[in-house]
Write a protein that binds this ligand. Structure first.
Ligand SMILES: [Zn+2]
Length: 210
């Protein structure tokens, strides 16, 4: 049996971090979806928002930096992009690094608050290329977002072998009971195509028990 590393108080890790890939800033600044005002990207329609998340997923696959999932936090009314997110599970050695979790954590870091529902902030929306898995579903109410936009369905992710975990049967109703509005099936076929291309390209299926 090999001895594995453990927490060493003599040389302790000082942070847990998730590195964002080098292509991300250029992708956001060169993005042709929506419109721009100085350095701000505005994604006015639901199609713009989910289309942006899908484009992130496709770009993540193209660069080999992670799985076929993209997400974003936007201001709900204006569509102003607060933070992008992409799946970084394998590269960051972190099973938590799903696109939604990365977008939420990055937005909270940029805004300097753990609560995106903070009364001083405009209402925030989580956008995701594929419906949230059990972990990300659980993270939605904790994040403080007021609404959720989804592209492909969780069964689309399962169809390529991804484990979505156990969610309540009516997870949409669970979120709506907390006043989080959910819209599904926005550009579902486009998002499914990214999943299928990833599978066809031999992309890693990184479930913990696989
Ligand atoms: Zn997830």
């Amino acid at each position: 049996v090999n001895t594995v590393l453990s927490y060493n108080p003599k040389q302790p890790p000082l942070a847990i971090s998730i590195s964002l890939p080098a292509w991300l800033p250029d992708f956001v600044s060169g993005c042709s979806i929506g419109h721009r005002n100085n350095s701000d990207l505005f994604l006015p329609s639901s199609q713009d928002r989910v289309g942006f998340a899908i484009a992130l997923a496709a770009e993540n696959c193209r660069h080999g930096s992670g799985g076929p999932f993209g997400a974003a936090i936007v201001e709900r009314e204006s569509g102003r992009l607060i933070a992008p997110g992409i799946n970084l599970v394998v590269a960051s050695h972190c099973s938590n690094a799903h696109a939604e979790m990365v977008a939420i954590a990055l937005a909270q870091s940029i805004l300097g608050t753990f609560n995106l529902g903070n009364a001083e902030l405009p209402a925030m929306e989580l956008v995701t290329s594929v419906e949230p898995c059990a972990m990300c579903f659980g993270a939605v109410p904790w994040s403080g977002v007021r609404s959720l936009l989804c592209g492909a369905r969780d069964e689309d992710a399962r169809s390529i072998g991804m484990d979505e975990g156990s969610k309540p049967q009516d997870w949409v109703k669970e979120l709506e009971s907390r006043s989080i509005v959910v819209h599904r099936d926005i550009l579902r076929a486009e998002s499914l195509k990214v999943l299928l291309d990833y599978q066809a390209g031999g992309g890693a299926i990184y479930n913990g028990r696989s």
